[in-house]
Write a protein that binds this ligand. Structure first.
Ligand code: 4AD
Ligand code: MG
Length: 431
């Protein structure tokens, strides 16, 4: 008999197959039992007809408990009504392990309960779908950058510097020295870009932010491309092509998952390059005209401001040229006015907020040195970073895309805690 997985049953229509699976759910009557089977690759309904199977097979199907593990055998049948398009006419059920009192039942549970049981909650149809979307975004990310001449480079996690400001660092001891968990690999990626031209990283990022919003994690994953000989506008073009690419990849390869999630795919279909651009100056004017009297030039945007701006567009929107005072030390000033920098945040539609932060970097040695001093950063820790401006300095740019916010947006889940397998939140380190 052919041993297969649920996602592969389409290759075995009308054949008898064997699948290792868990009982996600079950209902039965005197004559028929319906087993909702999951095996990690997908979900399929197994139908057990009393009259067609041995007595003990039907008894097992009737009594097997939720989340018990089984080997099930059955004949694959086309079924137009099921989301998968197939069901299994069961011929045998062998229980491998009996699960007793699985805590997550088909009834409604509160968020905290589900978060406490995250190690089990991941098995649910909805969480499974989000993880599949996440996986597809990661896959498409590697594909996009590999096809466009980028090399993957892995920056360190233990660092001695703080690219995004010193207030949100996780400090630790590195033997006798002070060290921090990486809050961005960018500075190292700049060094890598001077060695390899176009590079990207994908790794964990740590921010000791005391924020408790639906967009903030303490540990999240970031994709950070960096490109030599690349100026501000060219950087935006790479970003819009990349984001459009991953959205289209999910639409193509995660149809079932998007359906499970109830995602409005018409909104995603519109996500094609180019994306609109609005300057910080115009964004402030727009908000003031809209009646936001709590914001003036020089202020950073809060979630309601970002959402109001994003609502004017059906694509992600770049907000460009922020005030120098709002942004990190390394951003290149606008050549026409020195109170703003050549940077852009990309704001996702539908209230998901900033998914990318990026900029052109300062490539002039003296200016960078001056900025480090202005920000009271310890020169010793940044010596190597400054040296990149002493040996063949070139205009260069890059950006960081927050994976979890992107997954939340594309999946349509409300909160980033569902877009990472084991979220680290302000009050949560378990499980
Ligand atoms: O805007 P950020 O802080 O930019 C940087 O770290 C740059 N050094 C990146 C670069 O140019 N290489 O962070 C980039 C993105 C944000 O747009 C957001 O999507 C995500 O990282 N992000 C978070 N995601 C979840 N939880 C948090 N606490 C996040 N902080 C930032
Ligand atoms: Mg940012």
């Amino acid at each position: 008999m052919i041993k297969t997985t649920i996602s592969e049953v389409y290759k075995h229509v009308e054949k008898e197959v064997k699948i290792g699976a868990w009982i996600a759910n079950k209902r039965s009557s005197g004559k028929i039992a319906f087993l909702q089977l999951r095996d990690g690759s997908g979900f399929i309904q197994g139908v057990v007809v009393k009259a067609d199977v041995a007595e003990e097979v039907f008894q097992t199907a009737k009594t097997v408990t939720q989340e018990s593990s089984v080997y099930v055998t059955g004949v694959v049948q086309k079924d137009e009504r099921s989301p998968l398009g197939f069901e299994l006419l069961v011929t045998g059920v062998e229980v491998l392990h009996n699960a007793v009192d699985y805590p997550i039942t088909p009834k409604e549970h509160g968020t905290e309960f589900l978060m406490d049981n995250r190690h089990l909650w991941l098995r649910s149809r909805r969480q499974h779908a989000v993880m599949k979307v996440r996986n597809e975004i990661i896959r498409a990310t590697y594909e996009f950058f590999n096809e466009n001449g980028f090399s993957k480079v892995d920056p360190p996690i233990l660092t001695g510097s703080a690219p995004e400001g010193t207030s949100e660092l996780f400090a630790t001891k590195y033997f006798d020295e002070d060290a921090y968990l990486s809050q961005s690999g960018q500075l190292y990626m700049e060094a890598a870009a001077m060695a390899l031209g176009k590079v990207f990283s994908f790794g964990p990022t740590f921010r000791a932010e005391k924020s408790k919003t639906r967009r903030h994690l303490i540990e999240f994953w970031m994709i950070e491309p960096e490109m030599a000989f690349t100026e501000f506008d060219e950087n935006l073009e790479v970003q819009e092509q990349y984001v459009a690419y991953i959205v289209q990849a999910v639409l193509k390869n995660c149809q079932l998952e998007l359906k499970t999630l109830g995602r409005d795919t018409e909104k995603l279909e519109k996500i094609t390059a180019p994306f609109p651009r609005i300057t910080y100056d115009d964004a402030i004017k727009f908000l003031q005209e809209k009646g936001f009297d709590d914001i003036e030039w020089g202020d950073d945007f809060g979630a309601p401001h970002e959402t109001a701006i994003a609502e004017s567009y059906d694509k992600p929107v770049f907000i460009t040229h922020y005030p120098t005072s709002l942004k990190p030390f390394y951003m290149q000033p606008d050549p026409n006015r020195d109170d703003v920098v050549l940077c852009a945040d990309l704001i996702a539609p539908e209230g998901y907020g900033e998914i990318i932060g990026g900029s052109e970097r300062i490539h002039d040695f003296e200016l960078l040195k001056q900025r480090l001093e202005e920000h009271n950063l310890e020169m010793d820790a940044y010596k190597w970073y400054l040296e990149l401006r002493q040996y063949g300095s070139v205009p260069h740019s890059g950006f960081g895309l927050g994976l979890e916010r992107t997954v939340a947006w594309i999946s349509g889940v409300e909160h980033v805690r569902e877009s990472i397998p084991f979220p680290r939140l302000l009050n949560r380190l378990y499980p």
